[in-house]
Write a protein that binds this ligand. Structure first.
Ligand SMILES: O=c1[nH]c(=O)c2[nH]c(=O)[nH]c2[nH]1
Length: 280
């Protein structure tokens, strides 16, 4: 006989923008919110009894309501606030997961100064957080960055790998290393300042990526993770995913030209995919 296993439900892609209108400038944030509930919902699945169901439409409205009420300055604080509100107001909920992804809006520079009320998307990357709150427990908090596109034009090699009858990849001691990095780190305890910790984590990722004498994506990924753990004391572990967005050297011999590592075809499919969690 079939039985109901693990289940959860909620609202995804709740997009909300908040503008705080200070006298001298506006503070604007754009968030994409996910709420997922775990609890006593079996009868809804098995018999169609909706009596314990908080509609996902109400979850969406809760996001707007709390965004208006909230004094949270960071996406982490907002995700915690949302999780706590749902637990406090819904006895049928045993565990709630909230996720917030923030777009990278920055004030535009006009005549050398930040414009008070005009913004520009600084990059495709998202700042992210995931909060899991079980009734009666402390929240578990992750922060991260998703889709950070970076590339270096030297200090990247890949040699010494297995060669067999299907190998076509030439060894390289100086290749291009491009990636769209995603990092998610878990806090063992809340840092004093989530935004400052995020800044330190991202600055460390960028510094190590730039300076590393890379023998492979795997090699660089591990050194980035180690440095991030050193930079943020409350970081318990970090999971990094770094696709290898290959840039292929063009064979210019056909045109009687040399190609001293100058002309490439950037590709993103297929790409290598490297992921690891680095722990203390
Ligand atoms: O850094 C790399 N790691 C690999 O595992 C790999 N495999 C590959 O074809 N190129 C690369 N580059």
């Amino acid at each position: 006989m079939a039985r109901l296993g693990e289940n959860r439900y909620g609202k995804a892609r709740v997009r909300v923008m908040k503008v705080v209108r200070h006298a001298t400038h506006h503070a604007m944030k754009e968030w994409d919110v996910l709420v997922l509930l775990h609890g006593d919902f079996d009868s809804c699945f098995t018999t169609g009894d909706n009596s314990k169901i908080l509609p996902t439409d109400t979850m969406k409205n809760t996001v707007y309501y709390l965004a208006r009420e909230s004094k949270s300055e960071t996406l982490e604080h907002f995700a915690i606030e949302l999780a706590e509100y749902i637990i406090a107001n819904n006895p049928q909920v045993l565990k709630v997961s909230t996720e917030v992804a923030e777009k990278n809006w920055k004030q535009v520079i006009v005549d050398g100064a930040s414009h008070a009320t005009t913004y520009q998307l600084a990059g495709p990357e998202l700042h992210t957080t995931q909060v899991t709150l079980e009734r009666g427990s402390k929240p578990e908090i992750h922060s991260g960055i998703d889709g950070l596109v970076i590339l270096k034009t030297t200090k990247s090699a890949f040699t010494g790998y297995i060669k067999d009858k299907l190998t076509t990849l030439p060894e390289s001691t100086d290749r291009i290393f491009g990636t769209r990095a995603t990092a998610t780190w878990k806090y063992s305890e809340p840092p004093a300042d989530y935004a400052a910790s995020r800044e330190a984590a991202i600055a460390t990722l960028l510094k190590v990526f730039a300076e590393h004498d890379s023998l492979s994506v795997q090699h660089t990924l591990f050194d980035i993770g180690k440095a991030m753990l050193a930079a943020v004391p409350q970081m318990e572990s970090v999971t990094l995913a770094m696709p290898n967005l290959h840039c292929l050297l063009v064979d210019l011999n056909r045109f009687g030209q040399d190609n001293p590592n100058q002309i490439f075809v950037p590709t993103d499919e297929p790409h290598g995919y490297i992921e690891a969690t680095i722990e203390r």
